[in-house]
Design a protein around this ligand. Structure first.
Ligand SMILES: *Cc1c(COP(=O)(O)O)cnc(C)c1O
Length: 223
């Protein structure tokens, strides 16, 4: 069941603030995606490769598919022909594989690097050292990465009832983004995306500078 009212409110608010809304449709049926598509939603997020591929085949081709979950290198080839943005690149190996598969598909694939900002160990992502080392390599040898374009950062806050903790983590992501921009992406207008915020914390994320929120249960109901 789609919460049309929540979708309308978010869409209106996000348009005013120039924030992209990615509707996270994982585990939800294609009929729900059709429904939101009919209302005008075009950006959808999935985090299982097989599910994404099946849905992509059945649904309108003007949908921009975001892969938001942890991506295994050996599965990149299944989504490389069509994926719009890969949010959670967390290793050099994965970035190289995306580059390779993008070349096979004659595409340049947009990606975000995932920074580990949460306290929980369980969440994926690069730490700051790894992030800056990867960027140095990416900038030093652009030919090695000519089929990927790093467009920004993604992060997931601690799953916490404590808004102070969540805000602190989002602030941190924003400051690392600013530092990256300054050091590696000056005069690169495509480097502009901070993907942060979900159903439970998107308001804080927006206050802290999010440019793209990934919202699931608020739109589609709980999973
Ligand atoms: C599931 C998921 C979301 C959406 O979560 P909700 O709490 O349902 O809004 C956002 N980002 C990622 C990476 C997810 O896996």
């Amino acid at each position: 069941m789609i919460n049309e009212q929540a979708w309308s409110q978010l869409t209106e608010e996000f348009k005013k603030k120039n924030i992209a809304l990615v509707a996270v449709s994982k585990t939800k049926p294609v009929t729900d995606i059709w429904h939101l598509h009919l209302l005008g939603q075009r950006d959808f997020g999935e985090n299982y490769v097989q599910e994404l591929v099946e849905k992509q085949q059945q649904l309108p081709k003007d949908i921009r598919w975001h892969f938001i979950g942890h991506l295994q290198s050996n599965k990149v080839k299944f989504i490389a022909p069509f994926v719009h943005l890969i949010h959670a690149v967390d290793s050099r190996k994965l970035l190289k594989e995306i580059n390779k598969q993008a070349a096979e598909s004659n595409r340049i694939i947009d990606v975000l690097l995932q920074l580990h900002i949460a306290e929980e160990e369980t969440k994926f992502g690069l730490d700051e050292d790894e992030l800056f080392r990867l960027l140095e390599e990416y900038c030093k040898d652009p030919k090695e990465f000519s089929h990927v374009r790093i467009c920004g950062l993604m992060g997931m806050a601690t799953f916490s009832e404590n808004p102070v903790q969540v805000r602190k983590e989002f602030k941190h992501l924003k400051s690392v983004f600013d530092e990256m921009k300054q050091e590696f992406f000056q005069e690169k207008p495509f480097f502009q995306t901070i993907s942060m915020g979900m159903s439970g914390d998107y308001e804080i994320a927006i206050e802290e500078g999010s440019t793209m929120a990934r919202v699931g249960s608020l739109l589609f109901g709980s999973r």
